[in-house]
Write a protein of this length. Structure first.
Length: 244
C-alpha cells in the first residue's frame, strides 16, 4: 500500500478477550444487567463483534479499497496487482500450503468462511425442541417475576428500549429502571431454568454435524492456517523477503 503512497492502517492486533462462546450461549451478565439493563458497558458491543472472528473492525477509505482489493488496474501511475495488495500479501502467506492448488494459494484468504459455517449451526438450533422447551421454562420464570415475554429475544427487543425497523432513527432511553428490572430478572431466569445449558447442548450437536459434513474443507483450512502462521513468522524475521 505504501508503494502507492497510501498510509493504510489495518485492524488493531490487540487480543480480543470477550468470550466467543458467550455469544452462542446468549449470555446475559447479571452484574451488567443490574447496572446497564440490556445495554452493555461502553465498548463491549465492539468487543463482542470482534470475538467472533478475532479481528477488530477498522475503516477503509474508498481510495484505499481501490488498491487493497484491486478494484482498479492502475493507481497513481503504477500497476495494481491482480486482487490488490491483499491478494499479493496472501499469496506470500499461503505459499507452500498443502491441499491448495497454486491458483487457490494466490487468492485472498477468506476469513469469513468459518463464520459462515457457524451461522449454519445457528440456523439448525432454531428447530431444536430443547431450545423451545428452555424458552418456555424461561417465559414461565419471567411471569412469576412479573414480566410477560415469550423468549429472551422478546425481552431484549422490547420497543421501550430497543430500536426496531420502524423507529431505528429514534434514540431510545437506555438504562432506565424498567429496563434494568427486566434485564435483572431475565439474567436470573436464564440461570434458574438452565437456558444456557440447553443452548450449549444444541449448539454443540449442530456444530458437530456441520464439522462432519465439511471435515475435508475444515482440514484444508487448518493446514492453510498453520502455513500462514509459519510464513508470517518468516516474513517478520526476514527469512521470506517480500517483493516490494
Amino acid at each position: 500500500m505504501q508503494q502507492f503512497q497510501i498510509d493504510f492502517q489495518g485492524p488493531s492486533t490487540e487480543p480480543v478477550y470477550y468470550p466467543k462462546n458467550a455469544i452462542y450461549l446468549d449470555w446475559l451478565d447479571e452484574n451488567w444487567a443490574e447496572s446497564y439493563g440490556y445495554a452493555e458497558p461502553p465498548g463491549q458491543a465492539e468487543e463482542r463483534s470482534a470475538a467472533m472472528s478475532g479481528i477488530r473492525s477498522y475503516v477503509i477509505q474508498d481510495e484505499q479499497s481501490y488498491v487493497l482489493w484491486g478494484k482498479v488496474k492502475r493507481f497513481r501511475g503504477k500497476a495494481v496487482p491482480r486482487g490488490g495488495c491483499l491478494a499479493k500479501a496472501d499469496g506470500i502467506l499461503n505459499q507452500g500450503a498443502k491441499g491448495l492448488s497454486k491458483a487457490d494459494s494466490e487468492k485472498t484468504f477468506n476469513d469469513e468462511e468459518i463464520a459462515a459455517l457457524a451461522t449454519g449451526s445457528a440456523d439448525l438450533i432454531l428447530k431444536d425442541e430443547r431450545i423451545k422447551a428452555a424458552e418456555r421454562s424461561w417465559s414461565s420464570c419471567m411471569m412469576w417475576a412479573g414480566f410477560v415475554y415469550q423468549t429472551p429475544d422478546d425481552a431484549m427487543g422490547d420497543p421501550q428500549w430497543a430500536s426496531t425497523v420502524m423507529d431505528d432513527q429514534i434514540k431510545k432511553p437506555r438504562g432506565t429502571q424498567a429496563e434494568i428490572n427486566t434485564a435483572t430478572a431475565d439474567a436470573k431466569c436464564r440461570l434458574d431454568t438452565n437456558y444456557y445449558g440447553a443452548r450449549q447442548a444444541s449448539y454443540s450437536d449442530s456444530q458437530n454435524k456441520i464439522i462432519e459434513k465439511h471435515r475435508d474443507r475444515l482440514n484444508t483450512i487448518k493446514l492453510l492456517n498453520q502455513t500462514r502462521l509459519a510464513n508470517s513468522a518468516k516474513v517478520l524475521s526476514g527469512e521470506i523477503v517480500v517483493p516490494w
